[in-house]
Design a binder for this molecule. Structure first.
Ligand code: XMP
Length: 517
């Protein structure tokens, strides 16, 4: 049984659905995203404070258009329809939606003709973000118009007696200047939420849930990668069951410079977790000998990882049986796998340990599976974890192997580690680390001619990559200051043996990807 208020969001396939969820949670209100056709009875049983119908790419008249159970409008629970959600509401309740023949897309100004509940406290004209093809030509009986643009009526409407509210634009998008105020009106004024979703309450609930899942004697094994998600998951499980959590850290030899020691130091010494450590680097290097194809590299690393993990798990089980595997799965991972249109196409096979639980016959414990990344960071702060760990850039499972184009050798790993360390060190010193989402060096399978002192050199070319992104699905290359890049380049060429040329990657994603392999 949930102890906090909940808003349910039905996902009609809109590109902003996750953003709606995050904006709701930013107001300290818990919410979940559900399939569009979730039956009204299931929604009622979940006792939500309100329901939000998301946007979506379809026309309500299209044959394959996702539908909602019409009974949701009669539950007496407040409903907010956004864009497609509004059209669906209007269409279902006897209003009219028509193909507009042109898209209303981008910035628009709406005139507020009546504030009502949804637009209470807003100005007479509001800047909003539109993205729809169809438009509404008649409201259902009982609805009142709240806002319109120059060209199109019914940009916002509501029927307060039935607690139904709707906007044709996107309040969740930052371009809608008062979008947060509109969402707050819905959450607090209309749904009567109190805002009881805090990380402190989440932590308490998560610990109770882990204790009941694992039982009084159950032991949990949790892989630590050094990244935020597995670290926070381990820390939450440790809060719940103490030393019945056994952490396993496999040093692949493909980590950033000094990272293995740092992880061990932090978790074993500072956080007092029981950590089994296995230096398997030579196993990984051996398996990677002669491998140059990116996908083969990922597969090879994945296979060795699973084998080492299994060996260590068996060793840990010698002290007492282990029935559970802790994992740092996040909410977006789950939404992806059950989204309206199915999981998005995988461009690269991401190395993860997804197959481990079945292979090893373990049940999973996933304390973060309801959280977005920014909430995981807030949770880490709530537990007093180091800031450095919390703000750390993501790091791929196969590690530096996918940042060495061509064959991975211990020597090339050492060159890359040194160069990468200089880049990150300079970013931190310049106060730029938090401004970029991910930054790293890439070692190219190319040598070029240089001159150092009086001599000719023929050495490696190294690329620097820094990107800005929030979702990692699209990314822009960071416009790092030239003086800064010059300093990094000079230091790398002077300090890292084997590199005589540094280049900066100025490609965005798409068409490039963030990693080079
Ligand atoms: P790309 O290169 O696909 O990267 O634009 C998007 C994000 O995913 C990370 N990434 C990986 N993470 N295993 C991982 O765990 C992988 O094989 C992998 N490949 C890319 C990448 O670092 C970026 O944050």
């Amino acid at each position: 049984m949930r102890r906090h208020e909940t808003i349910l969001i039905l996902d009609f396939g809109g590109q902003y659905t996750q953003l709606i969820a995050r904006k709701v949670r930013e107001q300290s209100v818990y919410c979940e995203i559900l399939a569009p056709g979730t039956p009204a009875s299931a929604l009622r049983d979940a006792r939500p404070k309100g329901i939000i119908l998301s946007g979506g790419p379809d026309s309500v008249y299209a044959a394959q258009a996702p539908q909602a159970d019409p009974e949701i409008f009669a539950l007496g629970v407040p409903v907010l329809g956004i864009c497609y959600g509004m059209q669906l509401m209007v269409h279902r309740l006897g209003g009219q939606v028509k193909g507009a023949g042109r898209r209303e897309y981008g910035h628009a100004v709406v005139r507020v003709v009546k504030q009502g509940d949804l637009l209470a406290g807003l100005g007479p004209a509001e800047q909003v973000w539109m993205s729809h093809g169809d438009e509404i030509t008649a409201l259902p009986p009982g609805f009142q118009e709240l806002a319109r643009t120059e060209a199109v009526p019914f940009s916002a409407a509501e029927d307060p007696s039935r607690r139904l509210h709707a906007v044709a634009f996107h309040p969740e998008v930052a371009h809608t200047t008062s979008g947060q105020a509109m969402l707050r009106n819905f959450l607090f004024r209309i749904c009567g939420c109190a805002g009881d979703w805090t990380m402190a309450s989440f932590l308490e609930e998560a610990c109770d849930r882990i204790r009941s899942e694992v039982g009084p004697r159950g032991r949990v094994l949790c892989g630590l990668s050094g990244g935020v998600d597995s670290s926070v998951a381990a820390q939450v499980i440790h809060r719940a069951i103490g030393d019945r959590l056994i952490c396993l850290f496999v040093d692949t030899g493909l980590l950033r410079k000094g990272e293995a020691a740092e992880v061990l130091d932090r978790f074993a010494r500072t956080y007092h977790l029981r950590v089994r450590h296995r230096d398997a680097s030579s196993r990984f290097y051996q398996a990677l000998q002669g491998v140059t194809d990116p996908e083969t590299k990922r597969r090879t690393i994945g296979e060795v990882f699973v084998r080492v993990f299994e060996e260590e798990a068996r060793a840990a089980a010698a002290e007492g049986p282990i029935r559970f595997l802790g994992q740092g799965t996040l909410y977006p991972d789950l939404i992806e796998s059950r989204s309206v249109r199915g999981p998005s196409a995988t461009i690269k096979t991401h190395h993860n340990v997804g197959g481990l639980p079945e292979r090893m016959d373990l049940e999973v414990v996933e304390p973060l599976k309801e959280l977005f990344k920014d909430e995981v960071r807030r949770l880490a702060a709530e537990m007093g974890m180091d800031r450095e760990l919390i703000v750390r850039h993501p790091f791929p499972g196969p590690g530096l192997a996918v940042r060495i184009l061509g064959e991975v050798t211990p020597e090339r790993i050492a060159v890359l580690q040194d160069a990468d360390a200089v880049f990150l060190d300079e970013l931190r010193t310049a106060g730029l680390y938090d401004d970029v989402a991910q930054a790293f060096a890439v070692l190219l399978p190319v040598r070029s001619v240089g001159v150092m002192g009086d001599g000719r050199t023929y050495e490696n070319v190294l690329a620097l990559r820094a990107v800005e992104t929030t979702d990692f699905m699209t990314a822009d290359w960071s416009r790092l200051p030239h003086e800064f890049l010059a300093r990094v380049s000079t230091r790398i060429v002077n300090e890292v043996r084997g590199v005589n040329r540094v280049v900066y990657d100025i490609s965005s994603k798409p068409p490039s990807t963030i990693e080079w392999e």
